[in-house]
Design a protein around this ligand. Structure first.
Ligand code: F6R
Length: 262
């Protein structure tokens, strides 16, 4: 197991700093493609944990290019997305189902039944059982081979906001003000941003065999420095990644600007 919560946190999370986000995204897409091909050559499925938001867009664009131009097939790929707003209709403009279809799934040959995204239409009474089922589906597929992450300005991974615990699992959460402010433009005002979301837990993410966190741009510089070099604490959930034995941050020069460790 890559995660041993009892093992002391490492000082600093390994980081790859590239000159641009595009360059980093293309390198990460190559790693994902290599993993898909390796698993396929072993007759295995490749189980990917995926993120939404602006950060992974170039990774998805590069995977689509590799599918079109290099014959990269996704028929053996199974995906689990990190999160979805709650409540949320899958057809809504801000839905992560729609986002993933438009940015990736509509352009590749992944079987529809291999795609999993938390369902924002589940009734409140059923949401806890639904979240347990999401965990069981990940486990039934053998766990996540690779989890792609972005990071929120307050240090969330998925929608695990400050206060989330290391052992948290998929669940309904309340979004904090920073997250809702960052989403406000997509909703024409913060008052329209949902107050809740379904997210994989920190514990769910930590069980992935490999984790790649992407962060680009100067607005992420401060949280990247806190996440990679700060003390492990629930107040910055991304710091829990210090306990993972196979995690890397992929950064551009601006998001890496406040790092002090060599
Ligand atoms: C998205 C997710 C979030 C985002 C984070 C960064 O599925 O789980 O943690 O990765 O909020 O968002 P962007 O990439 O838009 O800066």
């Amino acid at each position: 197991m890559p995660v041993d919560p009892l093992c002391p946190a490492k000082r600093g999370i390994p980081s790859q700093v590239l000159t641009s986000g595009l360059e980093a995204s293309q390198a990460v897409a190559r790693e994902i493609a290599d993993l898909i091909r390796l698993r396929e050559s072993d007759g295995q499925t490749c189980v990917l944990g995926l993120a939404t938001g602006s950060t992974p867009l170039d990774v998805y664009a590069e995977l689509i290019r590799m599918h079109r131009e290099e014959g990269l097939s996704f028929r053996n790929v199974v995906t689990f997305n990190l999160d979805e707003y709650y409540p949320m209709q899958p057809t809504a403009a801000q839905s992560y189902v729609r986002f993933m279809n438009e940015q990736l799934f509509d352009h590749i040959d992944i079987p529809a039944e291999n795609v999993h995204i938390p369902d924002g239409t589940i009734s409140l009474d059923d949401v806890a059982a639904y979240c347990d089922g999401y965990e069981q589906k990940i486990a039934a597929r053998g766990g996540l081979d690779l989890q792609l992450l972005g990071i929120g300005r307050a240090g969330h991974i998925g929608f695990n906001e400050p206060g989330s615990t290391l052992d948290s699992r998929t669940r309904l959460v309340t979004l904090n003000d920073v997250t809702r402010e960052d989403a406000a433009s997509a909703y024409s005002g913060i008052e329209n941003v949902p107050r809740q979301a379904i997210t994989m837990g920190v514990g769910t993410i930590m069980q992935a065999r490999r984790i790649i966190l992407l962060a680009f741009g100067s607005s992420k510089a401060s949280i990247v420095a806190r996440a990679t070099e700060g003390t492990v604490s629930e107040s910055v959930p991304a710091t829990f990644l210090h306990h993972h034995s196979n995690v890397e941050f992929w950064l551009d020069e601006t998001s890496a600007a406040q790092l002090s460790l060599s």
